[in-house]
Design a protein. Structure first.
Length: 120
């Protein structure tokens, strides 16, 4: 049953992530809008996970579905890595460094802030 909870949560998180990319997509700047969607997804997932760790649901299976499933399916290290590499490949080193820095700092900050707010 735990595997099913993670699978269902992951399916929902993945569909949510894909929908976010479609919502933000612009044909004139595909890498920029894809990177913005990835950044937003990773920061939002970090914040949600921070909140979940501070205020876990009573049912452990729901916690598993939300944390490992939804957050895991919604956030994406692999896409983030690929997009940062694409910025670097095109010679946009400043954008690559900014994207990497923003993702790390904002995600850590969002997780910490959500955790702190949930504990108040």
């Amino acid at each position: 049953m735990n595997a099913l909870a993670v699978a269902l949560g992951g399916a929902f998180g993945s569909l949510l992530r894909w929908s976010l990319t479609l919502l933000l997509r612009r044909a004139d700047a595909p890498l920029l809008t894809a990177s913005a969607a990835t950044l937003l997804a990773n920061v939002a997932a970090a914040a949600f996970l921070g909140y979940l760790m501070a205020r876990p649901p009573a049912d452990a299976r729901v916690q598993l579905a939300l944390a490992a499933g939804v957050c895991g399916g919604f956030s994406t290290l692999s896409t983030f890595s690929w997009e940062a590499l694409q910025w670097a490949k095109t010679g946009s080193w400043l954008l690559a460094f900014g994207y990497i820095s923003a993702t790390m700092l904002l995600s850590l900050g969002a997780a910490a802030a959500a955790y702190a707010l949930a504990n108040k």
